[in-house]
Design a protein around this ligand. Structure first.
Ligand SMILES: [Zn+2]
Length: 255
C-alpha cells in the first residue's frame, strides 16, 4: 500500500471514530469505506445517507481555458484536468451516498457559445454564467467550484476554501465544513476558510456556495500531491465529508 493509500485508509478509520460523536448514522462511514478505490475495501453496500440532497459541482476551467499551466516532473500539468479528475471522484462518492450530482462539465470543454462576448460582455464571463445556469437548472441545495491555486512565490501551499464576503451565513458554514475536513483528512493544510469579495461565479448561484482551492501548483509538494491520483481521491473524500458535515444535522447530545 502506498503512503497515500495508507493515509486514505487511516483517514476513513479516523473519520469512523470521530464522526460517531456527532453523527448517529454509521452509514456515513460505510459509504466512505465502500468506495472502490480504497485499498482492500470491504464489500459493504453504500448507504443512502445523502438521499434527496442535490449537489452542484463546477470543475474549474476546461476547453479554451486550461487554468494554471506548468511543467511537472512527468510532463505538462493543466489545472483543468486536475479539477475534473477530483470532481469526477467526488461525483462517484456522492452518488454512492444517495446524492444527486450536477456537474457543469464532465470532459475537457468550456461552456461558451458563439455570441457570448456580446451577450455577456466577455467570453470568460459567458462561460461562468453558463456554468451557473447548468448548476441552477438542477435545483441544487449547494454549489461548489473546484480549483487549484498558483502564486509567483513557491513557498505558499495548502488547500483553502472561500465564500462570498457579502454572501449567506450558510455559504460560510459550507466553506468552513469543507476546510475542516480537508485539514483533517489530508493533513496537508493549516489554512482557514476565508471570505473573499467578488467571486463572480458564486454571485450567480443563489444557494450556499463555496470555492475550493485544493493547493498551490506553484509549490513543489502541493504539485506532487495534486498530480497523484490517490491524493486526488483523498481530496474528493475530504470534500465529501465536508458536504456531509454541512448537510446532515448534528445529533443532540445524549443524556
Ligand atoms: Zn482555477
Amino acid at each position: 500500500m502506498s503512503p497515500i493509500g495508507r493515509r486514505m485508509f487511516g483517514a476513513a478509520l479516523a473519520l469512523a471514530t470521530g464522526l460517531t460523536g456527532w453523527l448517529t448514522s454509521s452509514f456515513l462511514i460505510t459509504a466512505a469505506l465502500g468506495a472502490t478505490w480504497l485499498p482492500e475495501a470491504p464489500s459493504i453496500p453504500a448507504a443512502a445517507i445523502l438521499d434527496g440532497l442535490v449537489v452542484a459541482i463546477d470543475p474549474g476551467h476546461g476547453g479554451y481555458d486550461p487554468g494554471v499551466l506548468l511543467q511537472g516532473r512527468e510532463g505538462k500539468v493543466r489545472e483543468c484536468d486536475l479539477n475534473l479528475a477530483i470532481c469526477l471522484s467526488l461525483r462517484d462518492i456522492l452518488a454512492r451516498a444517495g446524492a444527486k450530482v450536477i456537474l457543469t462539465r464532465t470532459a475537457d470543454v468550456d461552456l461558451t457559445r458563439p455570441g457570448d462576448e456580446t451577450l455577456y460582455g466577455s467570453v470568460a464571463r459567458g462561460d461562468l454564467c453558463r456554468r451557473a445556469q447548468v448548476a441552477m437548472a438542477g435545483g441544487p441545495d449547494l454549489f461548489i467550484s473546484v480549483h487549484c491555486n498558483a502564486f509567483p512565490e513557491s513557498q505558499y501551499r495548502g488547500s483553502q476554501c472561500f465564500y462570498l464576503e457579502d454572501g449567506s451565513p450558510a455559504s460560510r458554514r459550507l466553506a468552513e465544513a469543507i476546510q475542516g475536513e480537508l485539514a483533517r483528512v489530508t493533513g496537508e493544510t493549516d489554512r482557514m476558510a476565508n471570505r473573499r469579495q467578488g467571486i463572480f461565479l458564486l454571485k450567480e448561484v443563489p444557494v450556499p456556495a463555496a470555492t475550493v482551492e485544493l493547493g498551490f501548483l506553484s509549490n513543489p509538494r502541493d504539485l506532487e500531491l495534486l498530480t497523484n491520483p490517490d491524493y486526488q481521491k483523498l481530496c474528493a473524500m475530504a470534500i465529501f465529508f465536508g458536504i456531509c458535515r454541512f448537510a446532515l444535522p448534528e445529533p443532540t447530545p445524549a443524556g
